[in-house]
Design a protein around this ligand. Structure first.
Ligand code: TMP
Length: 387
């Protein structure tokens, strides 16, 4: 493993403070590169129990973009899946479209597991392990489709994760994994995608190499630009069915970009650091000229931008968010208050920093009136600019 970057003294990005006086525990965030598999990953990370528990606040159903993305895909494949399983089902916006008596879900955050259990989908409120996979096979039989979005990158023990998948998937079954593309993280300088929950930063290149360790084969990949800043959807099988044309093209593009080359990745990490300095400078300059700045979307990424850039409530007055579980709390360390989204809080505001930049188009549409009346957004993706 070779070190890429360490961000020092960061709080957990979703560890929102209930009270102003609360103190967030701080941890280093260490990012490294594995030369054998080309996988970028965290090392010396905090235990999973600190990250994923019954007070988990991320709710995928807060964005129409996500609802549409998962619904469209579920409706496309549902008739071909007799025994589907979702690992990390969160609010249920994918699995809810399948036959409720056939679908099984796994979600360790009990507040979310309860939601899908309540709509009749058997949801195991547990971490994904080999033991759980065996129990699911015993209770429901092998699965012909396993889906997991934005979860595999959170599971710190990849051996356990893929051994459990192998245990549970039928011989002719399809494993479908969605995970943000590390290529986009670098191309768009998304430094705020680095946070403790994201233990792994997969590329097509690293995914293919890792799967081989578990006798699994990557056959195809589709790309979804509007999901989490650029997401790959991987199609994986127990047998080697060859590689689709677009998979071959994606591997070639990444090879030319240098995703298997530590030195080339380092060049992009340095560009990211520059992006971090530029957004900080822009906000500080706006403060000097007494412009009012608030945040839009109290995302995990917003916590990272604020704390990685050393910004706090004196720089950004508050951040608006539609998620009830986040409202009334404070961004850890930066202590920026999170207010319930209401258009009136945008009145007389000069600039909104786009915390939820991954839903830029959805938000621009929603706030057209405010924009037409002179309101402006600030973003650092893919470069620092004002919209
Ligand atoms: P995510 O980037 O991790 O998916 O989180 C999105 C956050 O942004 C979530 O807390 C909800 C919030 N949000 C809004 O407050 N308003 C919006 O219009 C959208 C799309 C998201």
């Amino acid at each position: 493993m070779k070190k890429l970057i360490t961000f020092e003294n960061l709080p957990l990005s979703n560890g929102l403070l209930n009270d102003w006086d609360d103190t967030a525990p701080l941890f280093n965030l260490n990012v490294g590169f594995d030369e054998d598999t080309s996988l970028v990953h965290l090392y010396d990370n905090v235990p999973a129990e600190l990250l994923f528990n019954d007070t988990y606040v991320y709710d995928s159903s807060q964005s129409q973009t996500m609802i549409n993305h998962f619904r469209d895909f579920a409706l496309k494949i549902k008739d071909m899946c007799k025994a589907p399983l979702e690992i990390g089902s969160n609010s249920g916006i994918f699995i809810e479209h399948f036959d409720r008596d056939k679908a099984v879900a796994v979600e360790p955050c009990k507040n979310f597991a309860e939601r899908t259990n309540n709509i009749g989908i058997k949801t195991y409120p547990e971490y994904w392990t080999v033991d759980l996979a065996k129990e699911i096979v015993k209770n429901h039989g092998k699965r012909d489709m396993i889906f997991s979005a934005n979860t595999i990158s959170h599971i710190q023990d990849l051996d356990e994760c893929f051994n459990a998948i192998n245990e549970c998937i039928s011989d002719n079954g399809t494993v479908i994994i969605e995970s943000p593309s590390f290529l986009d993280v670098l191309e768009n300088k998304e430094f705020d995608q680095f946070y403790h929950e994201h233990n792994f930063y997969f590329s097509v290149t690293s995914m293919e190499k890792i799967l081989l360790k578990y006798d699994l084969f990557l056959r195809d990949v589709s790309y979804h630009k509007d999901i989490h800043g650029g997401t790959n959807r991987y199609f994986i099988y127990k047998r080697n069915l060859g590689k689709s044309e677009r998979l071959v093209a994606a591997l070639e593009y990444e090879k030319n970009f240098g995703l298997d080359d530590y030195d080339k990745i380092m060049i992009h990490i340095n560009k990211m650091k520059k992006n971090m300095e530029e957004i900080k400078e822009l906000i500080l300059n706006m403060n000097i000229f007494q412009k009012t700045i608030v945040g839009y979307g109290a995302t995990a990424k917003f916590t990272q931008v604020a704390n990685m850039c050393g910004l706090d409530y004196t720089n950004i007055q508050y951040v608006l968010d539609t998620t009830p579980e986040k409202q009334g709390k404070f961004v850890p360390k930066a202590k920026i208050p999170i207010l319930k989204y209401n258009k009136k809080f945008l009145k007389n505001i000069d600039y909104c920093f786009l915390g939820a930049w991954n839903y830029k188009d959805e938000i621009m549409k929603k706030e057209k009136k405010w924009i037409d009346s002179g309101g402006k957004f600030i973003t650092h993706i893919p470069w620092v600019h004002i919209i």
